[in-house]
Design a protein around this ligand. Structure first.
Ligand SMILES: [Zn+2]
Length: 114
C-alpha cells in the first residue's frame, strides 16, 4: 500500500527493438556462458530462473549489459536508448509489452497526386 499519498500515473512505452533469444547466433551480443561462469557452475546444472540446463543459456557481452548477463532461452533482448541491452524473461516481457506495427500511409495512385 505504498502509493496512497501520491498520484498514480499510467505509462505506455515508446516503440523499441527487441529480439527473442533461443540459441547462440540469435543475437551477436550473446556468447556462450563459459568461461565466465565455467569455473563456478557446471553447464549440466539447471538454472534457478527457468530450470533449463545452463548449457542452453548464453551471456550478454559485459560491456552491453545493464545488470545481469545470463540469458535464458526465450528471454527478450531489448535495445536501450544508450545502446546497452536489457534482458527480459519472456513471462515478464509478454505481460508488459505489445507488438508495435507502424501505421502505413495510404497508397495514393500517381494520377491523384498534385
Ligand atoms: Zn535460465
Amino acid at each position: 500500500m505504498g502509493f496512497l499519498a501520491v498520484k498514480i500515473m499510467k505509462f505506455i512505452s515508446k516503440p523499441f527493438e527487441a529480439v527473442q533469444w533461443f540459441n547462440l547466433n540469435d543475437h551477436p551480443a550473446v556468447v556462450p556462458i563459459e568461461p565466465v561462469f565455467g569455473s563456478r557452475l557446471s553447464t549440466e546444472l539447471s538454472c534457478p530462473y527457468c530450470s533449463l540446463k545452463f548449457e542452453t543459456h548464453g551471456r550478454l557481452l559485459p560491456n552491453l549489459a545493464k545488470s545481469t548477463t545470463l540469458v535464458c532461452p526465450s528471454s527478450w533482448l531489448v535495445q536501450n536508448f544508450d545502446n546497452s541491452i536489457s534482458i527480459y524473461p519472456n513471462i515478464y516481457f509478454s505481460q508488459m509489452f505489445l507488438p508495435f506495427y507502424p501505421p502505413t500511409l495510404p497508397n495514393i495512385p500517381d494520377t491523384e497526386k498534385s
